[in-house]
Ligand binder design. Structure first.
Ligand code: GLU
Length: 460
């Protein structure tokens, strides 16, 4: 059985890079009818990370990724890590080191002065004497002293690490008994039966250390897939300056989970030149061995494009529901079908849709100066007056086409082009020269409101 996991260190919110690796792990587990676990790596036990964990769960809920079983918190597994550290001590695969901070600093300084890599010099590796007084021991694992460790990575291929360059007998438990990061990750992945570790390639250099732990404890190695980072357009690691990194910000901005997940799956993975993937298609097609080897570039235009695609294809009932989050209540609006059809082609996000809705439903508080200059001329008043009179005389105005016929009659009667009425009417209705089709706007707001807005402009 394939078991994957997402193992965030709680930073206060779920990062979109994190959501990408969570998604890939989720897809791979589900595709194989396996399990997808969620583990909070709160190894900084002094902090209360419940709020951060809640933020992660909330984001998972919003995008619809479900994890199996309970959320595991490393902070509540301390005893397990101590047991395994003790096991390694008992088997002579780890040892206590009594080096003080001063000694360690002095060693580091000497090595740096010699232009060597700063690393522990194994002085307590075979120590059998009496421990120095007043010094709390840390536990160090016996790492290989020479040779190399190869990470067989499903994305990068075989990556060979020269032991002399990257390893030493690293600490697995600090003097206060708390375990260290690389130790707990390996212990947990092994105990939780994780078969496929899919994570960011910023963790690739940790993998040899974790392999040392696996080997010492006699655990089978999982498969590793290190996913290249998401970069900005300048080729640097994505940061807050490049756009939102908090997943929940995307909800605020009016992106749909479908668009965001589609966007993220394509950041680093492809299937031919297909761009649009439903969840079912992702589940059918995703294979971590197809993850791209090079970094992917964050491109918000692509996300906007995907989001418009999903918005256009969202049923109106569902759109009404989604818009409520953006403060728009349309459930009982009798013209909501026309309204939503009129705007969903025009908006990239739900937030933009919400703005369009209020631009239509609320009469303009002011008129755009440039629009007035361009579209409200001497002759415009007479045209608007004629149109208002025609509206008053017309019966059964309901559909956009009904309004269109009235407009048509007026322009024919006056021998003018549509633009001559369209521009001032648009200013009257929306306060500016852009927006959805006027026939739609009038059908949505109705005759009385249309007349009111025309009169307001005439009085202006
Ligand atoms: N806790 C690590 C992080 O948030 C991830 C560790 C892992 O996936 O192995 O970066």
């Amino acid at each position: 059985m394939v078991v994957t996991r997402f193992a965030p260190s709680p930073t206060g919110y779920l990062h979109i890079g994190g959501l990408r690796t969570a998604l890939l792990s989720y897809l791979w587990a589900r595709r194989n009818n396996g399990k997808f676990l969620l583990r909070i790596e709160d190894t900084d036990f002094s902090r209360n990370d419940e709020a951060a964990a809640r933020a992660i769960v909330e984001a998972f809920k919003w995008v619809g990724l479900e994890h199996d079983g309970v959320i595991e918190y490393q902070s509540s597994r301390l005893k397990i890590y101590q047991e395994y550290a003790q096991k390694l001590l008992d088997e002579g695969k780890a040892y206590k080191c009594y080096m003080s901070k001063e000694e360690l600093d002095a060693l580091r300084e000497e090595q740096t002065a010699r232009k060597e890599r700063a690393k522990y010099d194994n002085r307590y590796r075979d120590f059998t004497g009496t421990p120095p007084e007043g010094c709390e021991a840390v536990i160090r694992i016996k790492a290989p002293l020479e040779g190399s460790i190869t990470v067989h990575d499903g994305v990068k291929g075989d990556v060979v690490f020269n032991v002399a360059d990257i390893l030493d007998d690293f600490i697995i438990a600090r003097a206060d008994g708390t375990p260290t990061y690389n130790f707990v990750v390996a212990v947990d992945d092994a105990l939780m039966g994780v078969t496929d570790v899919i994570r960011g390639d910023d963790h690739l250099s940790n993998t040899p250390k974790q392999i040392v732990v696996y080997k010492a404890l006699g655990f089978p190695l999982p498969k590793f897939f290190h996913v290249p980072m998401i970069h900005n357009s300048e080729g640097k690691k994505l940061s807050k300056r490049d756009g939102a990194t908090d997943v929940m910000m995307y909800k605020q901005m009016g992106y749909t989970p479908e668009a965001l997940l589609n966007f993220l799956v394509r950041l680093g993975w492809s299937h031919g030149d297909q761009e649009i993937f439903s969840m079912n298609e992702m589940l059918e097609l995703f294979d971590p061995s197809d993850i791209n080897r090079s970094a992917s570039v964050y491109n918000v235009d692509k996300l906007d494009w995907l989001n418009s695609h999903y918005l256009k294809n969202t049923p109106n009932d569902k759109l009404c529901e989604l818009l409520e989050f953006h403060g728009v209540m349309l459930i009982s609006h009798d013209k909501r079908e026309i309204l939503l059809d009129a705007i969903k082609e025009r908006a990239k996000t739900l937030a933009e849709m919400a703005v369009l809705v209020s631009e239509i439903l609320v009469s303009p508080a002011e008129y755009d100066e440039a629009a007035l200059k361009k579209g409200y001329k001497e002759e415009s008043r007479a045209i608007l007056e004629a149109f208002a009179a025609a509206l008053k005389g017309a019966k059964d105005l309901h559909l956009p086409t009904d309004y269109h016929h009235v407009m048509e009659a007026v322009v024919t009667e006056m021998g003018i082009g549509f633009g001559k009425i369209g521009q001032p009417l648009r200013i009257a209705l929306m306060g500016k020269l852009s927006g959805p089709g006027l026939d739609n706007v009038m059908a949505i707001i109705g005759v009385d409101e249309t007349l009111k807005r025309i009169e307001s402009l005439l009085k202006y």
